[in-house]
Design a protein around this ligand. Sequence first.
Ligand code: WTA
Length: 633
Amino acid sequence: MAQTDLSVELGQRRRPRQRGWSFERYQRLREEAAADPLRFWERQAMQLSWYRRWERVLDDSQAPFYRWFVGAKTNIVANALDRHLGTATQNTLALIWEGENGELRTFSYFALHREVCQFANVLKSMGVRRGDRVTIYLPRIPELPIAMLACAKIGAVHSVVYGGFSVEALHGRLEDSASRVLVTADGGYMRGKVVPLKEIADEAVARAGTVEHLVVVRRTRQEVHMEPGRDFYYDDLMVLPVTRGADGGCETEVMDAEDPLFLLYTSGTTGKPKAIVHTHGGYQVGVATTLQLCFDLRPEDRWWCAADPGWITGHSYIVYAPLILGATSVMYEGAPTYPYPDRWWRIAEKYGVTILYTAPTAIRSLMRFGDAWVTRHDLSRLRLLGSVGEPINPEAWRWYYEVVGGGRCPIIDTWWQTETGMFMIAPVPSSPLKPGSATLPLPGVTAQVVDEEGRPVPPGEEGKLVLTSPWPAMLRGLYRDPERYRQQYWSRYPGWYLTGDSARVDEDGYFWIIGRTDDVIKVSGYRLGTAEIESALVSHPAVSEAAAIGVPHEVKGHAIRCYVLLRAGVAASPELAHELADHVAREVGPIARPEVVEIVASLPKTRSGKIMRRVLKARALGQPEGDTSTLEE
Ligand code: WTA
């Protein structure tokens, strides 16, 4: 205990931080923040380093195009890496990485910084400049955060494409972002098998035509095609004299607080995924504040966010926030059940994980294997558990709490989105919990559940979840599509941000998220758009029309079910249905593979020809079809 206190004290001396909130004190903080949110966010911002202070905390004169920390100069890497140099933190482990094959790699803050500088110099030598987009398509290996940080350091904008996506998904994202450099790997490991990333990348690059160079990390070391003059191996580049820079470093680019940090494509209501834009200034304040508040990170913690860095959860809470806080993160490459269903618990035990943050779908899939896989491991160091991505059902909650957490660890259920950048509705460790509720909006965040007219609904009733004031880590727009940004998020209730979720609030003001109200499906926590799947289906020569819906699934939360109309003259067969499912997996990615493809003779449509997915869904679930007066037949 004495040792713990000492290290906390040391941590505090390095960087003053809020600690050990009682729920009463926390409620007071929420009230203070509600009375003066800008003052709250400003105080949080003051804990970070800035090259130049802001003139104003928020400029809302062009709403919904909000600007935070106006006039400030910063770079998120200055806070995530640079400021730890020369302090005790430089010798702290930033990253503990375990490969699926058991390989171990660790990086102190010092070592991570060096690696990032070198790769930043590589990018520069390839002509990447401030504002240029770089696409990163990598397995879950340390080079993924390294490449992200290297981009940020030189002011380039990274666009990470999840390694589980495939050719068409990668192609669309490369083209839309007009990336000149693609960072990828020869392959990646998943369940002991090799995913041929370079092959997929080559095909996507051939379709896109904007990419000038590919940097290829050697991971699986199998033979891959390397285009002379275009493709280079990462480790060959990292030993070139030019990458060392003048003194082994690389200058951090001084950015405007509002300069873009990254694009992250996410599924929406059209077939074309949209790129969410996040910036350096407000984002760093939002993610660092919320991680500290909700998980009360201390220097002795071992933080494990088991998400993929390719999604917002990984961007915010594997890469940026933990590094800003000087924490030690665990990262694991592969499948949770490889080679046995206790792989995660083995890792948690081995590295002394104190906080595990994951998705309900992962909990449900591990729960199926029974308690013994968990209880044979010493998980006594765990002190907090986290959940994200979808509502956590009571059974999974109880198992997570009792079996994994040994009944000691509060479950921090965090509601947020790619667009919000940071946790929005979530408890702190001292919050009284109700299983399945993300509890209350965080300080400086305002949320409401409203009816069609925008009136708050009474306690217990379902309505639309809206955010009624801006927050620093909010998206700054959709890349090169301001109109769609305004339309999609701010037009339904002027002045309020529409989340796309339905929810209810109980008598205690606790929020209960119900689910999406739009054409977004959450499959195993991954966000997919029905339109993306449908456009993959109609790209198959046998298909004339297609509709995709999400249906409840015991482990995945939702599974994808598709209905297709074939072109004239094409004969229906089980083989064809199977081939169509494969086709979606090949084009979009294995995560998008439909569970069922049903070949049908007609699709329910409105008179204007829009497919009524709502009717399909009701039929699939055996529920009443609701108002079908607009149905054509
Ligand atoms: C859902 C993931 C219930 C929600 C960070 C949201 C949740 C969508 C929770 C965003 C939660 C996320 N409880 N539902 N704790 N967290 N969601 O952009 O529907 O991949 O709108 O961001 O996930 O998904 P996204």
